[in-house]
Design a protein around this ligand. Structure first.
Ligand SMILES: Cc1cc2nc3c(=O)[nH]c(=O)nc-3n(C[C@H](O)[C@H](O)[C@H](O)COP(=O)(O)O)c2cc1C
Length: 183
């Protein structure tokens, strides 16, 4: 069965190591798994119920929801900002959590991984992302845990796709996520 995974990256900077991690996952994905890295989280307005109405939804939010509705599963990449989930990723989850009870994350397998500079690799942020996406309706794949420390030094010269240990960990994470999609 061919499956589609939507990757959301919680960092907007051009040199983002989490973005590179998502690129590595896309490269390593088996032939029957398509990974789309969503572009446009930086265009999303802050979630506001006043602008999320049946009559009118901001175009960037519609773009995100359409991409999410077309996906079979999600792979969220969370760096850590001040001990927790970056606002850009939380904002995307908030948009995907509505309409209440019928958001695009509902019931879909969702794994959270990431890299951060600190020694724990952003584990707090990734745990918070699991909590938030789970409350938004996602089916969290808890057995996928990958928090890579020392982002700025480890990936300063080496793209994650070219780091054999990371490539192996990513491949294992993708395998577990894929197994949950077909289950
Ligand atoms: C505003 C800000 C807050 C940060 N807070 C943390 C933190 O709490 N823990 C941590 O491990 N790294 C922290 N960092 C460092 C990031 O983990 C590191 O820059 C990471 O590579 C960012 O992800 P990116 O490369 O995908 O942009 C912070 C960075 C920024 C810009």
């Amino acid at each position: 069965m061919s499956v589609k995974i939507l990757a959301l990256v919680g960092s907007l900077r051009s040199g983002s190591h989490n973005r590179q991690l998502a690129e590595a996952a896309r490269t390593l994905a088996p032939g029957d798994v398509e990974i789309e890295i969503f572009d446009g989280l930086g265009d999303l307005p802050f979630y506001n119920e006043d602008i999320d109405t049946e009559a009118d939804v901001p175009a960037p939010a519609t773009k995100l929801r359409d991409a999410a509705n077309a996906a079979d599963a999600f792979l969220l990449f969370a760096p850590e900002y001040n001990g927790t989930i970056p606002a850009v990723l939380k904002n995307a989850i908030d948009w995907l959590s509505r309409p209440f009870g019928a958001g695009a994350l509902s019931g879909k397998p969702t794994a959270v991984i990431g890299t951060a500079f600190g020694q724990y690799g952003g584990v707090w942020a990734q745990d918070e992302t699991r909590k938030s996406a789970g409350i938004a309706g996602a089916s969290i794949v808890d057995e996928v845990k990958l928090s890579i420390p020392g982002s700025m030094t480890r990936f300063a010269e080496t793209h994650p796709a070219d780091d054999p240990e990371v490539a192996e960990q990513l491949t294992a994470a993708l395998g577990k996520l894929q197994a949950n999609i077909s289950a």
